[in-house]
Write a protein of this length. Structure first.
Length: 261
């Protein structure tokens, strides 16, 4: 049985994954933004899940979250599920936090990053001529840099953030051949983020990430994939560009002071 850490697991797909994996006999670490939110997963904690706390919009708390996981012992898989649809912290929560947790948590056997079909509409627009967060776009690839004082690029859309995190998944697969790193498009499912009218199947929305986290099926033992409902698909071509991957990794290393090695 595997030991699996799931970010953003107090509701939606993260909670569903935690429930299913616990039902299957795996050891699960659930994550809440605040101590108060742990109440939402009390039933899972009563069944043996471990709860950890940290606000992914805050770099210091994200670092502490990684430390909590490391202190609890080695994990076999990390399911990077947490995300926000918009707002001032979209780059921090959807991109920087997964990068930091990847860099700081003792290297697991498997990493799964939640992407979206909307990543295909995203654009790389990280650093202008004045460095990260400055200038008027990255090598002419559309959009503008800007920043909010934190070094993060301004005007990051949800599609942009999911393009970045999907590229991060592919970069990790390339740099760490001993780790199975994959991205998952869960579909448009009826969660708090997706809304009650979302047309896709909720069960299929969390099945693939559970399969990649714990299954011994040959398909689940591959790396560098972009998956939708257990079928490997072709992502935005930028995801597979090693030069863009390295640009993203360099940008995030400058922003956080942590480099993937």
């Amino acid at each position: 049985m595997a030991r699996i850490f799931i970010t953003g697991s107090t509701d939606g797909l993260g909670l569903a994954s935690a429930q299913s994996l616990l039902d299957d006999g795996h050891e699960v670490i659930v994550h809440a933004r605040t101590t108060g939110r742990l109440g939402a997963v009390q039933e899972l904690i009563d069944r043996g899940a471990l709860g950890v706390v940290g606000d992914l919009s805050d770099t210091a708390q994200t670092r502490d979250l990684a430390d909590q996981v490391n202190r609890s012992g080695p994990v076999d898989a990390v399911l990077q599920n947490a995300g926000v649809l918009g707002g001032p912290h979209i780059f921090q929560v959807n991109v920087v936090a997964p990068y930091l947790l990847t860099a700081l948590i003792h290297r697991p056997h498997r990493l799964i990053y939640l992407s979206s079909g909307m990543h295909r509409g995203g654009r790389f627009r990280l650093a202008g001529p004045d460095g990260p967060g400055g200038g008027d776009g990255s090598r002419g690839r559309g959009g503008s840099g800007g920043g909010d004082g934190s070094g993060a690029p301004s005007r990051v859309s949800y599609s942009d953030s999911k393009l970045y995190v999907t590229a991060l998944s592919a970069a990790v697969a390339r740099l760490w051949p001993d780790v199975l790193s994959n991205a998952v498009d869960p579909g448009w499912v009826p969660t708090k983020m997706g809304g009650p009218g979302a047309p896709d199947d909720l069960r299929l929305g969390h099945l693939t990430q559970e399969w990649l986290a714990a299954s011994t099926d040959p398909g689940a033992l591959t790396s560098g994939g972009y998956w939708h409902h257990q079928h490997r698909q072709q992502p935005n071509a930028a995801v597979l560009d090693p030069h863009l991957q390295d640009e993203l990794l360099d940008y995030l290393a400058q922003l956080t002071g942590e480099r993937l090695t």
